[in-house]
Write a protein that binds this ligand. Structure first.
Ligand code: NAD
Length: 470
């Protein structure tokens, strides 16, 4: 797209990209030692800035437990760095491929090359991890990167910017803060690859902007991730495992269980067990540092509106507020369990992204599978069943970005697995080896030797030499 010279945001962003491009062209093939050194620098920076980053997230949320930020943001970044450092040499090695007979005497191989400059757009819900984890993949593959942070996590964005500026040159990595006006110009840049983590709705806008430059995209989007409990699975155990995941970040997680499918006869037992579990995890809420607040008043209003919509349409809503507290003047919102749900309710139509849990009863497991399959493909699917064969059947019968069997959300923590959505929940993968491949060009190469058997295969085609290879 032509540069808008009147727009100072566009000018700065384009200049930064041009500087990174030029630096990349000067050193297009960083060695494993150079990549490792960059990863080491990032690792040390995260350790040095840890307390400030944790405090910044706490300020952005007006209350998020430091243990949650450490467990779900800092630790996975450090683990991702360690894992990639251990494996980058193996991944980056040219891989030999099978040579067809017709090319006898040649070598065939795949050469993994950095793409150049990767753009990374970050949402507010995990503003450290979702900025730095794609960066780890991009650096491992030998790229440079520009990161756009979320306007709703301003404090974290500011600390990340300071940290990156103290750690990398502007030709290596930069951080750009700001709102939609910055995001719009950012996603118009002709990056060599663009990673966007955010809503499905904005993902469409971003993909359209990237299409103008034919910039390849990785879209890490949202959706409604179901949890299905098989009739044979102990209901209290399922409630315990799901409640732990749903409580994290007060449900503001892309892979948070969005609705739960429960055998009809066990609906009350599950609702009671789930409410009991949540109350044990969070005996108080208002001043409890362990329970995260909602990121903005607007998001809290959205969640309350969705609850009202469900109430108006006949849902039964149970608020888990063990101490009977008032939340006036805070952005805390207790978990609400919603039963008697109908398809016209927004809680069954839109991604919840907060502490609301609709329960959908089912009669047969085939009916539960059909229910999931009739809806947009989710980012994650959770299935509770000790039976191995039925678990495998669930994997084949449904589509989702990732799966946990007998748990929720923990698949995200595994570096040696691809992470990414499918269809409306996203495209492309990162983490571990798939991240390395995502940020590399796998270039097929044929190297011919002195002996050239194909020299016999030439026009005029009357010689029909090629038929010897059929
Ligand atoms: P969002 O889509 O509103 O914003 C994400 C980013 O896009 C922000 O940096 C924002 O500035 C930028 N943006 C906003 N409007 C834009 C535009 N018109 N053009 C270009 N960029 C624009 O998402 P959010 O509210 O920050 O995050 C919540 C969503 O993110 C949820 O749907 C959640 O499921 C999803 N999410 C997905 C993952 C994943 O890994 N798949 C992880 C976390 C969050």
């Amino acid at each position: 797209m032509p540069l808008d010279a009147q727009n100072p945001i566009a000018v700065v962003l384009n200049e930064t990209l041009a500087a990174q491009r030029a630096a990349y062209a000067q050193a297009p093939a960083p060695s494993i030692a150079e990549r490792t050194e960059r990863l080491n620098r990032l690792h040390n920076a995260v350790i040095d800035y840890k307390d400030r980053l944790v405090a910044a997230v706490d300020a952005d949320f007006s209350g998020r437990a430091s243990a949650e930020t450490e467990l779900m943001e800092i630790l996975p970044v450090l683990e991702g760095i360690a894992y990639n450092k251990k494996n980058v040499k193996r991944w980056a090695k040219q891989s030999r491929r099978h040579t067809p007979l017709m090319l006898f005497g040649s070598k065939t191989k795949v050469h993994y090359q950095p793409l150049g400059v990767v753009g990374i757009v970050v949402p507010w819900n995990f503003p450290i991890f979702l900025g730095l984890s794609p960066l780890v993949g991009a650096l491992t593959a030998g790229n440079r990167a520009m990161i756009k942070t979320s306007e709703f996590a301003e404090n974290t964005g500011a600390v990340l910017k300071e940290m990156i500026e103290a750690t990398f040159t502007a030709e290596e990595v930069t951080v750009h803060t700001g709102g939609v006006e910055v995001a719009t110009e950012f996603t118009k840049l002709p990056f060599d690859h663009l990673v966007f983590t955010g809503s499905t709705q904005v993902g469409k806008i971003v993909m359209r902007a990237a299409a103008e430059n034919l910039t390849p995209v990785t879209l890490e989007l949202g959706g409604k991730s179901p949890a299905i409990i098989h009739d044979s699975f102990p209901i209290e155990e399922a409630a315990k495992r799901i409640a732990f995941g749903k409580g994290l970040n007060a449900g503001q997680v892309c892979v948070s269980p969005d609705y739960i499918m429960v055998p009809r006869a066990k609906l009350t037992a599950f609702t009671d067990a789930f409410a009991k579990e949540m109350a044990q995890q969070y005996p108080t809420l208002r001043d409890n540092d362990d329970y995260t607040a909602i990121i903005t008043d607007r998001q809290r209003e959205r969640l309350l509106d969705n609850l009202q919509d469900a109430r108006d349409k006949g849902a039964t809503i149970r608020e888990v507020n063990p101490n009977g507290e008032s939340f006036e003047g805070t952005r805390k919102l207790p978990i609400h369990i919603v039963t008697d749900v109908t398809e016209d309710m927004r809680v069954l139509q839109e991604e919840i992204f907060g502490p609301i849990m609709p329960i959908v009863p089912y009669d047969t497991i085939d009916e539960a599978i059909a229910y999931v399959n009739a809806r947009p493909r989710p980012l994650a699917l959770y299935y509770f069943d000790w039976d191995h064969a039925r678990g495998e059947h669930m994997l084949n019968a449904t589509h989702s970005g990732g799966v946990c069997i007998n748990d929720v959300m923990t698949h995200v923590a595994v570096d040696d697995m691809p992470f990414g959505g499918v269809g409306p929940s996203g495209m492309g993968h990162y983490h571990g080896k798939e991240g390395f491949l995502n940020f590399s060009k796998a270039k097929g190469v044929v190297v011919k030797g002195r002996f050239n058997p194909t020299s016999y295969i030439r026009q005029p085609w009357g010689n029909r030499m090629h038929t010897a290879f059929m």
